[in-house]
Design a protein around this ligand. Structure first.
Ligand SMILES: NC(=O)c1ccc[n+]([C@@H]2O[C@H](COP(=O)([O-])OP(=O)(O)OC[C@H]3O[C@@H](n4cnc5c(N)ncnc54)[C@H](O)[C@@H]3O)[C@@H](O)[C@H]2O)c1
Length: 400
């Protein structure tokens, strides 16, 4: 079997713990034997981020920007315990946040649907893709305790010096207040990412806000999306028979429960934070959730599994025990990155390989060969296999 030749590189970001073990196995067993590929590898293990004062994270993001395709393994975001465990110079920020800021992208979280695996919400038989606008709102807000009474006001000083003062509330006793913001540039980039993703994914797009209450703030999200849709995306959406619609967040939540999936949901920052966890639970497993960071123009893509470094399994692995860790979301991170490279390079063989890789994983799971996390969801009679056994099956499927 001759190897598929890939002319342009993929940026490979390695990570930590059990996710790193899976990562190396995917490359050694599922990629290198079949694809002649130039990988630009960045080691984002916590030790190397510490050694390079986190410069390696910035370099990796710049490389994705240049080469347009990246695939990232889960990494530790250190808390106080991790700072102690690895004797770190400081508590480094989440690499995902750093990379996202440099690529100015939107994260799309999509569940991998497997017929055999029961879902908590049984009728969700197509993916619900959550797009979260990860800028501003409460995450960049300023808060105040009002003490025992006083006036809360908002002051906006225009560039030309004109001041606008708005009375918020006249407190008679203890209370709290907050202020937050967003920018039209960021909302516009978010809208571009969402429209481009929907077209590529061939799914309708829904934006949710509470514009009946926030008639300037949330209405701006709606207007920016509406204007962009009319000006740049309507024709393409209509050609593909795709729908774009704004809905109130409460209405959208009700639709989520009624519908069977198969759409992209553009969420404001806090809504996306909450809804992505709700949807992940509804579909049942973190081990079956993939994540794509995409630039506004849809050209730059970084893929990953949504789960973390699976520390408890890594402890077993360190003790020499074989684990039953689910590699499917990490394999899909690779298949999606390969697919994006294939589309950019018009490489049909590579595209076919990426599609087959996903197909083989799904067929294997549907035949009842699965890791323990998924077997537990199927019930007490479902047998489970180790990670090594799962890889062996996939390798033999690719070879035959
Ligand atoms: N994208 C990322 O890089 C990312 C995301 C989340 C957490 N993290 C990091 O991962 C580390 C561990 O975090 P956590 O425990 O909150 O999240 P986790 O996703 O590693 O684990 C959460 C739970 O789900 C289970 N689980 C997750 N993926 C699984 C898989 N593929 N197969 C079997 N079981 C699986 C784990 O055993 C655990 O019980 C932390 O240091 C955190 O900073 C990284």
């Amino acid at each position: 079997m001759s190897k598929i030749v890939v002319n342009n590189p993929i940026v490979d970001i390695n990570g930590d713990e059990m996710a790193r073990v899976l990562w190396n196995k995917i490359k050694e067993e599922l990629i290198f034997p079949f694809i002649d590929l130039n990988l630009l590898t960045f080691d984002l293990s916590i030790e190397n981020r510490d050694r390079t004062n986190d410069e390696i994270t910035i370099e990796s993001a710049k490389s994705i920007k240049t080469n347009k395709v990246g695939v990232k393994c889960a990494t530790i975001t250190p808390d106080d315990k991790r700072v102690k465990e690895f004797n770190l110079k400081k508590k480094y920020p989440s690499p995902n946040g750093t990379i996202r800021n440099i690529l100015n992208g939107t994260i799309f979280r999509e569940p991998i649907i497997v017929k055999k695996i029961p879902k908590i919400v049984g009728h969700w038989n197509q993916p619900v893709v959550i797009a979260r606008h990860a800028f501003g709102d409460i995450y960049r807000s300023k808060e105040v305790f009002t003490g025992n009474g006083g006036k809360l006001k908002m002051l906006y000083e225009h560039k030309n010096g004109i001041k606008e003062e708005i009375d918020i509330y006249d407190f008679k006793s203890d209370g709290v207040g907050l202020a937050y913001f967003n920018t039209f540039d960021s909302i516009k980039d978010f809208a571009y990412s969402c429209f481009n993703f929907s077209i590529k994914r061939n799914f309708p797009l829904f934006l949710s806000t509470k514009n009946t209450i926030l008639q300037k703030y949330d209405e701006s999200f709606k207007e920016i999306f509406d204007v962009l849709y009319e000006k740049e995306f309507k024709k393409e959406f209509e050609k593909k028979n795709l729908l774009y619609q704004h809905r109130l967040i409460d209405d959208m939540v009700a639709c989520l429960m009624k519908w069977s999936g198969g759409f992209v949901w553009a969420c404001k920052n806090y809504d996306g934070d909450v809804m992505s966890d709700l949807v992940a639970q509804g579909f049942g497993s973190l081990g079956l959730m993939s994540s794509i960071l995409q630039s506004p123009d849809g050209e730059i893509v970084e893929t990953e599994a949504a789960h973390g470094t699976i520390t408890s399994h890594f402890r077993q692995h360190q003790n020499g025990k074989e684990t039953s860790t689910n590699p499917v979301a990490s394999i899909f991170a690779w298949s999606k990155a390969l697919k994006h490279r294939a589309i950019l390079d018009s490489n049909n063989q590579l595209e076919e390989f990426s599609i087959n890789l996903e197909k083989f994983c799904l067929e294997t799971l549907n035949k009842g060969y699965m890791t323990k996390d998924l077997a537990l969801m199927c019930g007490p009679d479902q047998k489970w296999i180790t990670t090594n056994e799962f890889f062996d099956i996939i390798v033999s499927r690719i070879k035959n």
